[in-house]
Design a protein around this ligand. Structure first.
Ligand code: SAH
Length: 252
């Protein structure tokens, strides 16, 4: 029996490449996506683009390059996304749940009916910054030889897109109904960003940070909200708390 993927859902998956140095990798990533049926490619400030090298390496996937979205930074690239994973060859020590491609794809598909989801790939030489990872709900790590863990960028894109193909074929995206998010929509990246700023302002107003570095405290809190899959209603409550704090007389 031939298994068909529910390809309408592929339109909700964004592949984002950040600051790519080699245009050949952009073309090869586009080819990897098209092989697996994905089409939404976003480039954040690529070093060299458009490029003949990208076209040549894309082989027959020029349509994906023709429809590329260019963004000035990651915040713009993930705007409107309800769930984002950052990929890394390194296992970082901090707040993100570390998922292998299969689990990450499964997790992301829990949210796909609510809006776009994104998988973010880093620079060839230095990966993603901590600031960029802070915008992600999870860290996707492809298990590799620990002594030689870094895949070529387009090869990493290939592995992830293959997992989407498998997952969507197997389940026809099993209509992820019945989770709470159907009734209480997830907050998107811009809404989360606004809430983080509001929370930092309110905590600052309270004098909460004291001698602590606000950036470090906020990084941990962002990790918490990203892990939780914060919904719009939950976010409104937090913003309400922040406003209530700011309405109070400033403590001495
Ligand atoms: N020296 C960089 C490696 C960058 S490789 C670093 O240490 O982070 C370029 C990109 O390919 C990475 O940013 C990531 O998006 C992807 N990548 C490479 N190997 C990977 C792996 N094992 N797991 C997940 N992503 C990987």
């Amino acid at each position: 029996m031939t298994q068909q993927a529910d390809t309408s859902l592929f339109n909700n998956i964004r592949i984002i490449l950040v600051n790519t140095s080699h245009p050949g990798n952009i073309g090869a990533a586009a080819r990897a996506m098209k092989n697996m049926g994905l089409s939404k490619l976003t480039l954040v400030d690529p070093k060299e683009y458009p490029s003949l090298e990208a076209i040549s390496r894309s082989v027959g996937a020029v349509d994906i390059l023709d429809n590329v979205v260019l963004a000035k930074d990651l915040q713009q690239a993930i705007s409107g996304c309800v769930w984002v994973a950052g990929t890394s060859a390194r296992l970082r020590t901090i707040e993100w749940p570390i998922l292998n491609p299969r689990d990450c794809v499964r997790k992301s598909l829990e949210h796909i009916e609510q809006g776009d989801i994104a998988i973010v790939f880093g620079r060839e030489n230095s990966g993603l910054t901590n600031g960029e990872m802070e915008k992600c709900n999870a860290l996707l790590h492809i298990p590799t030889n620990p002594d030689f863990s870094s895949l070529n960028l387009a090869a990493a894109v290939q592995v992830v897109c293959y997992e989407y193909r498998l997952a969507l074929m197997e389940s026809k995206a099993t209509k992820h109904k019945g989770n709470k998010c159907r009734y209480d929509a997830l907050a998107n990246s811009a809404q989360l960003d606004g809430m983080h700023t509001h929370l930092q302002d309110a905590l600052d107003y309270l004098g909460f940070f004291g001698t602590n570095n606000p950036d470090i405290v906020m990084r941990r809190l962002k990790g918490l909200f990203n892990r939780a899959g914060t919904t719009q209603r939950e976010l409104s409550i937090i913003r309400g708390i922040c406003s209530a704090i700011q309405d109070k007389k400033r403590p001495r």
